[in-house]
Design a protein around this ligand. Structure first.
Ligand code: NAP
Length: 307
């Protein structure tokens, strides 16, 4: 059955009358989050005499990584952080990179450290992530942060999963008691978002490349989160009518060459009650949550120093 309603942005302003789909604008919600961070940065400067300082390390010249890093730097400046991007050639040795991280760990002026992934094959990513001081781990990837997340102890929430929960909340999607299916089990998205949904009392199923009869699994989902990296993989027949669909994927459409998600937006939007677009959905939220995490690391440090 098709209900009639409106597509609304995250600030609930009507965009155009159509079927009852709600496209959640991550761009709009991210803007609100960044405005809030900006206000807190102004207060922090008054109280502590300086803004938070985010350092992003970019190794090599991968175009996608360059564009992500540029976006992060732009957002950091927008909210009033001190922002530094350290660029290193892909010939940098693992030892040199680890030494650089040790220096930044020891630098009192640095509050957040992010190493853009992926790294060249000769560098062990796990070693790099482990080397970042846990208290400056704005990505929330350090094993101590991951362990704390799974043990429900205070931690830095990884940015993309945190952004997904905020999108669902903003759209008014009830999580408690709902059936959530997450396709993808990566450490960066699939597993942590499953944990956050579980903590909000959803019943969570995690699907992956070996899952059998995926449409059967996904078509029971009230909340469907897709994080696999396959263009337009999820089609309308896989979506329960009225489901909330969160598309994490960032891909190139093989036909048009344009950016697209893991979800076939046009067909799934006919069936979902709430859906995120690509671009303009989860992506901007990831960056906004990075700004929140950097502020959190800074404030934690400052409050520790006051004790
Ligand atoms: P990843 O580490 O490559 O993990 C992909 C996951 O998808 C794996 O668990 C894999 O299963 C599963 N998978 C692959 N093909 C599948 C299939 N045909 N059916 C079911 N499951 C399948 O990727 P990731 O880092 O989680 O990223 C996923 C996507 O999200 C990518 O497009 C990435 O660019 C995007 N992303 C976006 C943001 C953002 O801010 N918007 C942030 C992070 C990632 P197995 O475990 O069995 O191999």
């Amino acid at each position: 059955m098709k209900l009639y309603g409106a597509i609304v942005s995250a600030d609930n302003s009507k965009l155009k009358t159509q079927t009852s789909i709600m496209t959640i604008s991550g761009t709009q919600l991210a803007k609100e989050i960044k405005e809030n961070v900006k206000g807190k940065v102004a207060e922090a400067i008054k109280e502590f005499g300086r803004p938070p300082h985010l350092v992003v390390i970019l190794v090599g010249e991968d175009p996608a990584s360059q564009s992500y890093v540029k976006g992060k730097g732009k957002d950091a400046e927008e909210v009033g952080f001190k922002s530094t991007t350290i660029r290193k050639p892909d010939t940098i040795s693992e030892k040199e990179l680890l030494n650089l991280i040790h220096e930044l760990n020891a630098d009192e002026d640095v509050d957040g450290i992010l190493v853009q992934l992926p790294l060249p094959k000769h560098i062990d990513e796990d070693k790099v992530i482990e080397t970042i001081d846990k208290s400056k781990d704005v990505d929330g990837f350090h094993p101590a942060n991951v362990a704390a997340l799974w043990q429900k102890r205070p931690c830095i929430y990884p940015c993309t999963p945190k952004g997904i929960i905020k999108l669902l909340d903003k759209a008014g999607v009830e999580i408690e008691g709902k059936k959530a299916v997450v396709i993808g089990r990566s450490n960066i998205v699939g597993l942590p978002v499953s944990k956050l949904l579980l903590d909000r009392n959803a019943t969570v199923t995690i699907a992956h490349s070996r899952s059998l009869n995926l449409p059967e699994v996904t078509s029971h989902a009230d909340i469907l989160v897709v994080a696999i990296g396959r263009p337009k993989f999820v089609t309308a027949d896989m979506v329960k009518p009225g489901a909330a669909v969160i598309d994490v994927g960032v891909n190139r459409d093989p036909d048009s060459g344009k950016l697209c998600g893991d979800v076939d937006f046009d067909s799934c939007a006919e069936i979902a009650s709430v859906i995120t677009p690509v671009p303009g959905g989860v992506g901007p939220m990831t960056r906004a949550c990075l700004m929140e995490n950097t502020l959190e690391c800074f404030l934690n440090k400052m409050h520790q120093q006051q004790k």
